[in-house]
Design a protein around this ligand. Structure first.
Ligand SMILES: Nc1ncnc2c1ncn2[C@@H]1O[C@H](COP(=O)(O)OP(=O)(O)OP(=O)(O)O)[C@@H](O)[C@H]1O
Ligand SMILES: [Mg+2]
Length: 761
């Protein structure tokens, strides 16, 4: 297969130039990711061992997609490439090398919740004002220190940082950071930032380890390089130092993680770090229509800080960008949902060709509700992971303790769940004793008589024996059998089984689902070690987009713009273009922040291939109150010649607004929606382009059908409203009410016994 034929001359040069440092800084959709993909395939075709290639991507999903594409060229060898996010790749390496830096190889990975819970414990113990020292703020400060490779000791010793924090009225941050780091260490745990921070420590203090990985990873590639932080930059620089076969691609205009420590300087430094650097320019955008590319260019031109580049498209000119105004967030949802149904029918698209992008997660609610009303299947990306649900975390905490009983956060989570008379006071006593004697909580639990007073020794002893029995069983059983054993003997299964509420049943099913997943893992033939310990290793790094069983399902994608990075969709809606929302309120005080918001807008626009719609509402519920909103300044920055404006009249919504509120809770929990299968998916006729069709002239011989003949999904004709599709039926005969989506009119609710409606097919 001549894979090189699918590249333009610059892309091809970047692919074929495999030796020495290479950088591509180019606009969106210009094929940067494609270059990395083909470059890896090319290396393998040329005989480079896949085990010697390391590719760092921004999400697990991106690396999975890339591996699949490479597999199409090189076959099975693609499995052997080291590829993944910084966190997953270096977690894997730390598992092998952890003991060198004083950690057990089965160290626990603390997720954000664990970290914040530990911080809260520490703040309580230090008796600090939790308004001044909010867990979130403390967490962010520690995270930012780690991402800048400042250890707790350095933090404490550095007068300047100290002074800064004192200025912020939080002089004790250094001490908290130090305590936090020690507690994690004692618990055999690393938080997310540690996975990079400790990798740096490892590579710095152990030259032999650095040497080993420099020789292992003979070729390094990094996608989305503009969003690397200092800690990541340093790892890459160290690994590439010996052979310098490093290729990074990125776009300064898409740098959107400065708030998490990403540093645009990393791109600029690259030229300084590698004097032999070859720089390739990609200017042609292959993704989007000319209109979309030009709008994106015109927006980003408002930013003062950017590298000069020229992006053009030779695709069709395309539709103008549509701007729609709605009168409320619910109305906005409705207009987006209706446009999707309409565009899908008119342009012969699938649901998966559509994406709805928003600035903040909270905006998904109105969208979800509207989509459900129209029976449009959707999936939320980047939301709460399956592994973050309470019941799943509870069971996993038992798994964690089985392999690492020092894990303090896991102990706190399940020592009294299910209830066994070991309440908060006991936990505080254990924690205090552990602090006093400088031992782990687990050591206290194993010898309660020695360290704490009170009559809880028996219960503690039972708990310790139980955890020890799990560890013993895990040595004899496979992953699934161990997991089942723990679920049963911890009492979790019974606890959930006896809860007969709807939520209780769904929690029980989730546990079943987890066990099923572990069973699949235990039956895999492509890996040697199928123990629960291995299954557990990277579980904290999974997001809800991984392990997606229905990845080919035909659903509309909903996500924040941050999660949309690198992706593309035929038809994109960017919603909530309002001042104080996008740009966000917090960004309005400084140019630097405002420019980051604008880059975010640039990222959003450039996801669209064919059609882009931007919407805003003039009122919206925020923080529980109805606020009136002004259109975003970003809309004014677009040259009007690219725009088509549409104002949606405040109509009495056909949606029962109250029913939304009732269902709100359930919907926000269930983040995926697949409507019941409809009997037909025929395109709605006739095709019209105008917003409001002329008065309908019924088909000659028009004769309405009887109420009992209709089914959901049927194409129908109404005497006056024209052609439509039944999207919902409710009630019982003879009072069945149909929701029919009419071309250009949207949803109408009709009582079938009165409506003059004819079945088309
Ligand atoms: N030479 C080419 N010929 C045809 N299609 C191409 C070519 N180069 C890239 N494409 C297509 O253009 C689209 C954008 O490419 P890609 O995702 O690699 O761009 P990118 O620069 O990584 O974008 P982003 O900045 O959004 O991450 C993809 O669908 C890709 O397959
Ligand atoms: Mg890309």
């Amino acid at each position: 297969m001549d894979y090189l034929a699918g590249l333009n001359p610059q892309q091809r040069a970047a692919v074929e130039n495999t030796q020495g440092p290479v950088m591509i800084v180019a606009g969106a959709g210009s094929g940067k990711t494609r270059v990395i993909t083909y470059r890896v395939a090319h290396l393998i075709e040329k005989g480079v061992d896949a085990f010697n290639i390391l590719v760092l991507t921004f999400t697990n999903k991106a690396s999975k997609d890339m591996r699949e594409r490479i597999g199409k060229v090189v076959g099975n060898e693609a499995k052997n490439i080291w590829m993944g996010t910084f966190h997953s790749v270096f977690a894997k390496i730390l598992r092998v090398e952890a003991e060198k830096i004083g950690y057990p190889s089965n160290f626990t990975i603390y997720d954000t919740d664990d970290s914040k819970s530990l911080i809260r414990t520490i703040l309580r113990e230090m008796q600090l004002d939790d308004k001044l020292y909010a867990a979130n703020v403390v967490y962010n400060r520690i995270s930012s220190a780690k991402n800048n490779l400042i250890s707790a000791t350095e933090y404490l010793e550095n007068d300047q940082i100290q002074a800064e924090d004192a200025g912020n009225k939080r002089p004790l941050l250094g001490l908290i950071y130090d305590t936090y780091a020690k507690r994690c260490y004692k618990a055999g745990a690393m938080d997310f930032d540690d996975l990079l921070f400790k990798t740096n420590v490892l590579l710095k203090n152990h030259p032999e380890v650095l040497n080993k990985y420099q020789h292992k990873f003979k070729y390094l590639m990094v996608d989305e390089y503009q969003d690397t932080n200092f800690s990541q930059y340093t790892i890459v620089k160290k690994l590439a130092a010996a052979h310098q076969n490093i290729c990074v691609v990125g776009d300064d205009a898409q740098s959107i993680y400065a708030f998490r420590g990403a540093n645009i300087q990393n791109i600029l430094n690259f030229e300084r770090d590698y004097p032999d650097l070859k720089v390739y320019k990609l200017e042609q955008n292959y993704r989007s229509t000319q209109n979309i590319v030009e709008v994106a260019n015109s927006i980003i031109a408002n930013n003062k800080n950017q590298l000069e580049k020229n992006v053009f498209s030779e695709n069709e000119k395309g539709d103008r960008i549509k701007i729609s105004r709605a009168f409320s967030d619910n109305e906005e949802g409705k207009l987006v949902a209706e446009a999707i149904v309409q565009d899908r029918a008119n342009a012969g698209l699938s649901y998966k060709d559509f994406a709805i992008l928003y600035r903040t997660n909270a905006q998904s609610r109105a969208m979800e509700e509207a989509l459900r009303k129209l029976n449009v299947p959707y999936k939320i990306y980047g939301g709460l992971s399956f592994y973050q649900r309470k019941e799943i975390k509870d069971l996993i905490a038992y798994f964690r303790l089985t392999f690492n009983p020092a894990d303090e956060e896991a102990i706190k989570r399940v020592i009294n769940y299910p209830r066994r008379g070991l309440g908060d006071t006991t936990v505080e006593k254990i924690s205090a004793a552990a602090g006093q004697h400088d031992i782990t909580m687990w050591q206290v639990i194993c010898n309660p008589q020695q360290y704490i007073q009170g009559r809880i020794a028996n219960q503690l002893n039972d708990f310790a024996v139980m955890i020890q029995s799990f560890a013993a069983e895990s040595k004899k059983l496979d992953a699934y059998e161990t997991a089942l054993y723990i679920a049963q003997h911890s009492g979790i299964l019974k606890e959930l089984h006896t809860d007969d509420s709807v939520e209780g049943r769904s929690r029980y099913e989730n546990i079943q689902e987890l066990l099923n997943g572990i069973k699949e893992f235990a039956e895999r033939e492509d890996i040697e070690d199928r123990s629960l310990a291995i299954f557990m290793q990277d579980i904290a790094l999974l997001t809800n987009d991984d392990n997606d069983k229905n990845k080919d399902a035909d659903t509309v994608s909903l996500m924040t713009i941050h999660s949309a990075k690198g992706l593309e969709f035929k038809n994109v809606f960017i919603v909530g273009l309002e001042e104080n929302l996008f740009p966000s309120q917090m960004s309005l005080t400084s140019r630097v922040d405002l420019e980051e918001e604008r880059r975010l807008f640039y990222v959003a626009i450039t996801r669209a291939e064919k059609k882009l719609t931007i919407t805003y509402a003039t009122s919206r519920y925020r923080w529980g109150t109805l606020t009136s909103c002004e259109p975003s300044r970003f809309i004014n920055e677009i040259n009007p010649s690219y725009l088509e404006l549409e104002v949606v009249k405040p109509a009495k919504s056909s949606f029962g607004e109250n029913s939304f509120d009732n269902e709100r809770k359930t919907w926000s929990q269930q983040r995926e929606f697949t409507p019941k299968p409809t009997t037909s998916t025929t395109v709605i006729r006739p095709k019209t382009t105008s917003i409001l069709p002329k008065a309908h002239v019924p088909t000659p011989g028009f004769a309405p059908n009887a109420a009992n003949e209709f089914q959901n999904g049927m194409d129908v004709e109404h005497e006056k409203f024209g052609f439509g599709k039944i999207v919902n039926l409710e009630g019982t005969l003879p009072d069945v009410k149909a929701t029919v989506f009419f071309q250009g009119l949207g949803n109408k609710q009709l009582l079938l016994k009165f409506a003059k409606l004819r079945i088309v097919r």
